[in-house]
Design a protein around this ligand. Structure first.
Ligand SMILES: NC(=O)c1ccc[n+]([C@@H]2O[C@H](COP(=O)([O-])OP(=O)(O)OC[C@H]3O[C@@H](n4cnc5c(N)ncnc54)[C@H](O)[C@@H]3O)[C@@H](O)[C@H]2O)c1
Length: 350
């Protein structure tokens, strides 16, 4: 923090990231929050220009000089290997050790929900996804590749430290937010080794939080529950891959990818915030992308930075935009990205 201002590094990235991030910054500025933004052009364009993604010491610089990082999306059809996206995004998650992916699933208006009786009272839960382990560690191999006898393995890595800190984060999150239940989801009936570790650690950690009810559900049953009885859910904690899958289902419950926000958090360290959607190349540059996921992500970031009042204003303005259909086409409105953001910024500035 300098001059009392929180310092935020901004990486718009590729495709619609370059549109929704400026839109979200316009709304943050309208709140008058004491935040200072510094933009970095880490993107496919930059990679295609000089072959580099993140400068040497780039992640250390983010940790040293910034309070948070705000990212748009990465992915561009011109970079077939997707190497720039991996280096930038997975680089942040792994090298900055951002072990908890926090996905609030909050329906802002019943009109956005595909469930026939979905309402904001019924859909209000959070998924905590372990963010640094599991099958995302790229461990495995091929044997007899490209032959009829080919064997492929993909390792699912679960460390006690990694599992424990994710589960503990979920309980701390529940405690801080006055939430009543934490549900751990796994597939321990078939994945007995990894699941066994999650089960034992969950039992141990949950005993330290007597005011919070621990629950368990296999991940397939959880998917069913998310659709049939979302009101029964409060805080969910799960591994990297199951978290990846259930949060897309959750995004559908709250109005689609354009509405979903996320934070990649390591308490006490510089954390990173990004809308859940990708770079959406087919709609990029057309002023049609929904900026609300990015705006809600910026609100999540402000809340994390201790600027809860401004965050609440932003969320209320997004909810008002949905109610009054001042939205982009994907959620039933007629506005462009910029017009939608400006309408929301005006509400916030009132
Ligand atoms: N975190 C990230 O940066 C991230 C996440 C997912 C995908 N990607 C990358 O993005 C590229 C496209 O991937 P994809 O098509 O699987 O996912 P995507 O999220 O970009 O798009 C999926 C669908 O949702 C629509 N959509 C997404 N965001 C929207 C928004 N804000 N407003 C309106 N519609 C929106 C798209 O038009 C598309 O139909 C790929 O290169 C992929 O690797 C990046």
């Amino acid at each position: 923090m300098t001059n009392g201002k929180k310092r935020v590094a901004v990486v718009p990235g590729d495709g619609i990231g370059k549109e929704v991030i400026p839109a979200a910054l316009e709304v943050v500025r309208a709140t008058g929050a004491a935040v200072e933004f510094t933009e970095f052009d880490w993107s496919a364009d930059h990679y295609l220009k000089d072959g580099t993604t993140v400068p040497p010491e780039g992640f250390a610089m983010l940790e040293r000089d910034f309070d948070a990082v705000f990212v748009g999306a990465l992915g561009d059809p011109r970079v077939k290997t997707n190497i720039h996206a991996r280096e930038i995004l997975l680089g942040m998650r792994f090298k900055m050790d951002l072990f908890a992916n926090v996905r609030p699933v909050k329906l802002l208006d019943a009109s956005l929900c595909p469930l026939k009786d979905g309402s904001p009272e019924k859909i209000n839960f959070t998924v905590i996804r372990e963010n640094t382990e599991g099958v995302y560690m790229d461990m495995g191999g091929f044997f007899k590749k490209d032959t009829p006898d080919e064997v492929a393995t993909q390792e699912d890595i679960n460390t006690r430290k990694g599992v424990e800190r994710a589960i503990r984060f979920a309980f701390e999150y529940a405690r801080a937010g006055g939430r009543k239940k934490v549900l751990m989801s796994d597939k321990s009936n078939v994945m007995s080794y990894a699941g066994g570790l999650w089960q034992r650690v969950f039992k141990k950690v949950s005993a330290e939080y007597p005011e919070i009810t621990p629950e368990h559900m296999y991940v397939d049953a959880l998917c069913l529950q998310m659709v049939r009885e979302p009101q029964s859910l409060d805080v969910i904690v799960t591994n990297n891959m199951f978290g990846d899958i259930v949060t897309d289902l959750a995004a559908a419950l709250q109005g689609g990818l354009g509405m979903a926000a996320s934070g990649n958090i390591h308490p006490g360290k510089t954390s990173m915030f990004e809308p859940v959607h990708g770079s959406a190349p087919p709609i990029a540059g057309k002023n049609v992308a929904n900026p609300m996921g990015a705006i809600l992500t910026a609100a999540l970031m402000l809340d994390h930075l201790g600027l809860g009042t401004q965050a609440k204003k932003m969320e209320a303005a997004v909810a008002a935009a949905v109610r009054e259909k001042k939205t982009t086409v994907d959620v039933g409105g007629k506005m462009g990205t910029r017009e939608c953001a400006t309408w929301i910024a005006e509400q916030v500035a009132r």
